[in-house]
Design a protein around this ligand. Sequence first.
Ligand code: HEC
Length: 198
Amino acid sequence: MKNWKHPAIHRMRLLALFVFLVLAFSGCGTEKPEVNGISPQKMADALHAVMEADRTVYTQKVVNRLMEEEQVIEASEHWEDDKALPLPAQMFRMGAEMASEQDAGFTYALLSMWPINKQNAPKTGAEKAGLKYVADNPSENYYTEEKLGDTTYFTAVYADTAVAHACINCHNAHQDSPRTDFEIGTVMGGIVLRIPLD
Ligand code: HEC
């Protein structure tokens, strides 16, 4: 007959209980939290997915449909005076400005090597390198770190592509456009997204 009070067995049962408690409280289940949090690149990619989706939906379902297909309303730089739709780039900038007011820990902008609005030309080395990279490699993104002032940023650049006829018709015909041969699928610029690392 076994002696359950034997010290060795008692120690083994204590050990089993200890192992059980460690496993139970160490979060072995499905809700284990990310140990190191989310990486800047994952955060940038996720934010960009939302930006790109919203931008494409606005261009295809609002601007392109109402301006090109149904021809019921124009999109105009002077949308308030003209009672027209804001341009996709203006929608994008208004969103970026509103988001930056919230100090959400990132900033973003739509830039291009062939800008209609010269304010949208790349300025920093990372912007120039990134826009060139995504123009040459449309299916890839560009990631780097850059120091501006005292702050180091994770900077990501994503291709901004002509997803509707409205994009190319308007840019190719615009008097201030330095480029007039955009086609559907052409990379027309890039979204630059910055996350401070310090
Ligand atoms: C009806 C005209 C029009 C349409 C449609 C349009 N754009 Fe633009 N786009 C402009 C104008 C004008 C600007 C400059 C606006 C500003 O910065 O205030 C601009 C800005 C941009 C910029 C920033 C660089 C620059 O040229 O100043 C990019 C990139 C861009 N557009 C790409 C696109 C893409 C891609 C689409 C389709 C998804 C599109 N545009 C649709 C007129 C248009």
